[in-house]
Design a binder for this molecule. Structure first.
Ligand code: HEM
Length: 112
C-alpha cells in the first residue's frame, strides 16, 4: 500500500516536471530546426488575408501586424508575398523597436 502511494507520488512529480519543461521550452520559431520556407511559398501569401514577408533570410507572417503598424497599413500590405529586406532595412535598419516587433511574427527560415 505504501509502495503504491510512493509510486503514484513519484509519477505525479515526474509528470509535473515534464509539464514544466514543456512550458519552458522555446517557441518553435526560435529553434534551429524552424521550417525552411521557399520564396515561392511566401509569394502565395500575398494579400492582407495572409501576408507573409521574407526579411533578411527569415519569413514572417505579418497578417496581424497590418492594421497595427504605426507607419500605416499600406506600408506592410505592399510587402505581402515579397522579400521586403530592402524596404525594412531602409526604414527601420538598426532600430530596436521594429526589429523586436518583427521577431514576434517569425514563422521560419527562407529556404536557399
Ligand atoms: C516589415 C515589417 C515592419 C515592422 C515590424 C515595422 C514596425 C514598426 C514599429 C514597431 C514602429 C514604431 C516605432 C516607434 O514608435 O519607435 C514603426 C513605425 C514606422 N514604420 Fe514600420 N515596420 C515595418 C515596415 C515598415 C516599412 C516597410 C516602412 C516604410 C516603407 C515603415 C514605415 C514606418 C514609419 C514611417 C513609421 C513611423 C510612424 C510614426 O511614428 O509616425 N515600416 N514600424
Amino acid at each position: 500500500m505504501m509502495r503504491r502511494r510512493l509510486a503514484t507520488t513519484t509519477l505525479t512529480g515526474l509528470a509535473a516536471v515534464l509539464l514544466l519543461a514543456a512550458c519552458a521550452a522555446p517557441e518553435a520559431a526560435d529553434d534551429a530546426d524552424a521550417p525552411d520556407i521557399a520564396l515561392s511559398e511566401v509569394e502565395q501569401n500575398a494579400s492582407a488575408e495572409s501576408c507573409w514577408v521574407a526579411i533578411d533570410g527569415d519569413v514572417y507572417d505579418l497578417t496581424e501586424w497590418i492594421p497595427q503598424h504605426p507607419g500605416g497599413a499600406d506600408r506592410i500590405e505592399a510587402l505581402c508575398g515579397t522579400d521586403g529586406t530592402a524596404q525594412f532595412e531602409g526604414q527601420h535598419g538598426g532600430q530596436g523597436g521594429p526589429e523586436s516587433q518583427l521577431e514576434e511574427f517569425r514563422i521560419g527560415e527562407l529556404a536557399d
